[in-house]
Design a protein around this ligand. Structure first.
Ligand SMILES: NC(=O)c1ccc[n+]([C@@H]2O[C@H](COP(=O)([O-])OP(=O)(O)OC[C@H]3O[C@@H](n4cnc5c(N)ncnc54)[C@H](O)[C@@H]3O)[C@@H](O)[C@H]2O)c1
Length: 333
């Protein structure tokens, strides 16, 4: 049975909200009830553009009037703000990273279970059609037994942040690993499904946040070896490479661009997603699908597409990486 339309608040009106959440809501013909940001004076244009009924600097002020919140604030606020809403039975779409530790992530899941509020995590990359196709390829073992995964991504940071949070370790809770890595490692875990591993991690942190990092992972149950290199200061190949006993697939982290060892794999992908569909999908579609999936879970009781539980393994890996951290070795040392 259809329930009433949810009154949505967007918490944190920086670059992400401006570039993706307001346009995604617009595409879905949804008007947010409230926009929340301490910089109330700086978001007048967004209030106008979105049609929001109210604007406030504080979540406490609007919580009684809303049903659901999109939390897109600096990372250090994710846990406390999401918990604040979930404990009040308000549904939450929480931006990545879900939390800094597995324990905190679990706490959020428990709050959502106790209150019955829907918690969906913003792992929007899982909506790329090629990434969904790879999930199926893994399940059906089309590459045979997966042997290795290499994931290299990044470039000189150019995202137009509206606050300095990303450069402050107290607010960002980490650098490129916490930021880009929460997407990359989420895909790795989603595809590989092996939580028994040994891990090596190094980064270039010299007291602020890391801009370059490298992980080496030996998955014990599956025997898969993975290497993940991320950067926000140099141009990376932007390439994921998955190799199995019966074939390989290469893909870009963005867009549905791929190459594979043979026609069998290509045909399998194109059967699910025709070439035109793959070409047409853009970033805004991912955010729109993400919001749509969350709203359907709230209003129609469907299962949220990104199960919060399934995000915990990547949070655990980030947490362990920082604990095991070694200084990155430079070629010139
Ligand atoms: N899914 C993705 O691909 C993706 C991309 C970019 C950012 N993000 C995530 O979105 C979040 C925001 O990133 P951004 O790039 O928009 O950052 P930003 O610095 O541009 O914006 C952060 C905003 O939060 C506001 N804010 C600060 N304290 C607040 C509070 N107590 N209550 C409400 N608002 C507050 C700031 O004033 C600012 O407007 C981060 O967690 C980031 O990891 C996700």
């Amino acid at each position: 049975m259809n329930k009433k339309e949810s009154r949505i608040a967007i918490i944190g009106c920086g670059a992400l909200t401006r570039i993706f959440y307001i346009p995604a809501l617009k595409k879905l013909n949804k008007i947010p009830y409230a926009l929340v940001d301490p910089n109330v004076n700086g978001i007048g244009d967004l209030v106008k553009e979105s049609g929001a009924k109210t604007v406030s600097p504080s979540i406490e002020e609007i919580s009684g009037a809303i049903d659901a919140a999109i939390v897109a604030t600096p990372n250090y606020l994710h846990m406390s703000q999401a918990k604040f809403f979930l404990d009040k039975s308000k549904h939450v779409l929480l931006e990545k990273p879900m939390a800094a530790t597995k324990r905190e992530g679990r706490e959020l899941i428990d709050s959502s279970k106790q209150s019955g509020a829907v918690l969906q995590i913003g792992m929007m990359r899982r909506f790329w059609k090629i990434n969904k196709a790879i999930k199926k390829i893994m399940e059906e073992e089309l590459l045979g037994k997966l042997q290795s995964v290499s994931m290299e991504e990044g470039g000189v940071l150019s995202w137009p942040v509206q606050s300095t949070a990303i450069f402050d370790p107290m607010q960002s809770l980490g650098g490129v690993l916490m930021d880009t890595g929460s997407h990359t490692l989420d895909l790795l875990h989603w595809w590989v499904q092996d939580e028994d591993y040994s891990l090596e991690y190094s980064d270039d942190n010299h007291g602020g946040v890391e801009a370059d990092c490298s992980l080496g992972i030996d998955f014990n149950k599956t025997g898969i070896k993975a290497r993940v290199n991320l950067s926000r200061i140099r141009r990376m190949p932007d390439m994921f490479f998955l190799k199995g006993t019966k074939g390989w697939i290469k893909l870009k982290p963005y867009g549905n661009v791929f190459e594979s060892s043979d026609r069998r794999i290509e045909k399998y992908i194109y059967n699910q997603y025709p070439v035109e569909e793959l070409k047409q999908q853009v970033f805004l579609d991912l955010f729109t699908e993400q919001v749509q999936s969350w709203l359907s879970a709230i209003e129609q009781g469907t299962k949220p597409e990104i199960d919060a539980e399934s995000v915990l393994p990547s949070i655990r890996m980030i947490e362990q990486s920082y604990k095991l951290r070694r200084q990155m070795e430079y070629a010139w040392n």
